[in-house]
Write a protein that binds this ligand. Sequence first.
Ligand code: MSP
Length: 673
Amino acid sequence: MSTPQTRLRMGRRAYRLAVPPETGRVHDMPSGNAFYVTTPIYYVNDAPHVGHAYTTVAADAIARYQRLAGREVHFLTGLDEHGQKVLRAAQARGVDPQQHVDELSRPFQDLWRRLGISNDDFIRTTEPRHKAVVQRVLQELHDRGEIYPQSYAGWYSTAEERFWMEKDLVDGKCPLSGQPVEWIEERNWFFRMGKYRDRLASWIDAHPDFLRPESRRNEVLGYLKQDLGDLCISRPKARLPWGIPLPFAPDWVTYVWFDALLNYVSAIGYGTDPERFRRFWPASFHLVGKDILTTHAVYWSTMLFALGLDPADCLFAHGWWTIEGRKMSKTLRNVVDPNLLLDAYGPDAVRYFLLREVSFGADGDFSHRAFQVRYNADLANDFGNLAHRALSMTERWLGGTVPPRVEITAADRDLERLAVETVAAVRTAMEALRFQEALAGTWALVQAGNKYIDTEQPWTLHREGRADRLATVMRNVLEVCRVAAVLVWPVCPDKAEALLAKLGTHLPRSLDRLAGFDVLPAGTPVAAGAPLFPRMTELPPAILAVLEGSGPAKEGVPVVSESQEERISYEDFARLRLVVGTVMAAERHPKADRLLVLSIDLGEPAPRTVVAGIADRYRPEELQGMQVVVVANLKPVTLRGIRSDGMILAAGGDSVQGLLGIAHPVPPGTVVR
Ligand code: MSP
């Protein structure tokens, strides 16, 4: 049976051979052992937060796992240093943009060091090596007619850095940010993205592992059903001076996404080091958050097609973290600084929590209490305890050296078999980025090790003087510790290495034969030392301060005082027609990640279509059958091409936290007063 990852790896070869006729170029196959993983490059407009740490930790676990599996790994991360957002951040600090990016790049690099990130390269888009590639690509595409100039006019939203059509505006303002828009007429340069739409759709069809998880694949295929326009890839220098100048039109700079996406190839020598480039391209995995799936799946893939290159083997879009049930945002002042977590818990616990708590691909909630529960249950109790019991009993009763295996029972064989099966299962899960499953599998082995100690009772064996059996039991437990340490190493490298050192060994060169129970040489000295993960009885003071609201990441929305608030009359309120509706169907908006399109029964002859900005909080399937409160007499608006006839009420303002519902079912159309 082919598992996803075998298909993926076989696919790497098979698909490389099938060169689509349109490229007209035959690519050399990348060397079979090379493995290239990337993170998005982060905007240097602020300090890194837990969302940035998440992708980087996931990529690091993949890179470490693949190195252990014997692949030649290249792990790239870096910073996106051009564009409006970064320029604005520099202006807000009153510093020159280059000085700003130089200064703000440090907290990112420091954080990666503290988190134990083992990236092989760190790219910054202001580096000459990157700028040169961007300009070469622009020139090449321009020369081949893939980039053309055109005048354009439209409503420009500075907040969203994009143009809107008149019909898209809400009350004359940007439909996404609610901020004012201005009419701008300008000449710009466009990349012929639209012509690659069918090719991209066929590519996605032919490469089932290209977009993952599966739901993301459907999202992109849905997006491609619409007409795919060309992509404006320039900004006039007069409006935005901070970017890479177009080589053929120096009064324009490159659009920040066109610039940033090229980091994935500029860093591995595209156009400058063909051998290195061939070795690592196509990338094995691009990891991205779900909000930047379209830019990667559509802009980046079509850019690669235009260059005659294949897209990465897999573009994996992970979910978003909420913080204590709320969207992480500066206005809520609940942004989690990973440094705070590192101070309190250390890197391995942070890495473990992020990858264990939610399935990679799904959204998750970060809560300090949940962190503490997981820390104590999984790390201190299960894993830390197994290691401490195994090592201290060996010290106490066996002279502190690895004992030989003497007589092997059925229970011993079961434990060894479980270790062999666990290694295989963890390998499968790690290849497919199912970190949660890999860790749960390792923990089942750890728990089996603890249970084995409980049933075999080494203390009784010691008391009864059954030295051979005691030796075998302790040896098996030490081997379980070793196997678990190696398996957990990609996620918790420091503690894994510390445990291996306590066992008198080190990380193996290869994962083959990892699970045998005869690996530790008998007679090797072991040392229990301090517990790996000391139990936490109270939350660390810095974390308590945050939870109690006195810390740096203090929670809570600003309160509007009575005197500032405008009061309305009952008559004003009564003008609103609020009614209960039942959601009949919901789907993602084909053109906007944050919007869902709902079909709602209001007891009228036909259901209403309502477009709602709730996709960050709800999946379409969750809404089916739900009763919601609808503002039924709102003027219809068109949101990204779909007419929305009404509005649903939700708690949380800009960042939706929950829909207003009805305690008991009522007929659709029931008035709310
Ligand atoms: N600069 C672009 C990426 C260009 S890649 C060629 C960018 N940068 S970003 O700094 O805004 O975001 C980087 C990543 O952080 C995105 O993948 C985004 O999904 C992720 N996250 C931001 N907030 C997050 C959470 N709350 N939770 C999980 N990931 C989050 O976009």
